[in-house]
Design a protein around this ligand. Structure first.
Ligand code: ATP
Ligand code: MG
Length: 260
């Protein structure tokens, strides 16, 4: 099982959009995919049409090891796509993770029983540098950072990469950067806006040409694909899914990850 996190330490950068659409894209390509909602705002859970019932196990219970991993995994309406949901109770994981002393290691350990069952695990993260966020970074083999093509977005990219590097420095994480996805890349007709162009250029200088993936264009179609619980291809705009096509190729070419 290859574990990827959709990560950014700022709000509204496209983390949940990326996790949702990439998950559907991989499932449609025939992979068995586990998506995990690592954000107490639980947008991913909502986007996949799941409602957490009272007393139903979620990511919180998985983190605390009060249930088996498989008891918190639910089918979605999409073939091959499974979900570990969350609700705002996930905030209670903060204290648990900070008192274990090994918070960054917890999620990776909890996911190890899924190694033989799923091909790919995608984790959506919260927008703060929290204990939950550290545990997600610690669990990941690869990190995808969506980043709004604005000056503010670029600042969040720099902070996000710093946070990952700090954990790697302490040997609390081993995730490599799989790529940065410019989010809400704006074009007017055939012309990219000046801000989008210059910010994406700055991203290339920051992480290197090869690690800046094709953009998620500014478009209502992405919101539509999510709210109508469909894919960009099914909406008739397969070209907009190009960033996910490239991500699938990169995931396919990842080396097999050792069983934890
Ligand atoms: N291609 C797009 N063009 C314009 N807006 C988009 C596009 N894709 C998604 N959006 C909108 O951008 C907003 C932010 O996206 P998303 O929720 O994926 O970000 P996030 O990083 O997960 O945010 P948070 O940190 O709050 O969880 C959402 O309101 C979403 O509907
Ligand atoms: Mg989100």
């Amino acid at each position: 099982m290859k574990i990827l996190a959709s990560l950014s330490l700022a709000g509204g950068q496209g983390k949940t959009t990326t996790a949702t659409l990439l998950g559907k894209h991989l499932a449609a390509a025939g992979y068995t995919v586990l998506v995990i909602d690592g954000d107490p705002q639980s947008n991913l859970t909502t986007f996949l049409g799941h409602e957490v019932a009272q007393n139903e196990p979620t990511l919180l219970e998985v983190m605390k090891a009060s249930v088996e991993l498989e008891d918190a995994i639910y089918e979605t309406k999409i073939k091959n796509l499974y979900l570990i949901p969350s609700d705002d109770g996930l905030d209670n994981a903060q204290e648990y993770l900070s008192t274990t002393g090994m918070g960054a290691m917890v999620l990776r350990k909890r996911l190890s029983p899924g190694q033989g069952t799923f091909d790919i695990c995608l984790i959506d993260s919260p927008p703060q540098r929290s204990q939950i966020c550290k545990s997600i970074i610690g669990a990941a083999d690869r990190i995808v950072v969506p980043c709004e093509a604005t000056v503010k977005g670029f600042g969040s990219l720099v902070r996000t990469l710093e946070a990952v590097n700090e954990l790697k420095d302490l040997d609390a994480a081993k995730a490599e950067l799989m790529g940065v996805i410019p989010f809400r890349d704006r074009w007017v007709g055939a012309n990219q806006t000046q801000e989008s162009r210059s910010v994406i250029e700055a991203m290339r200088e920051e992480v290197g040409e090869d690690l800046v993936l094709p953009s998620i264009r500014e478009s209502e179609q992405f919101k539509k694909a999510i709210s109508q619980q469909t894919t960009l291809a099914e909406l008739g705009v397969p070209d907009l899914a190009y960033p996910f096509d490239v991500l699938v190729e990169r995931i396919e070419s990842m080396e097999a990850v050792a069983v934890a």
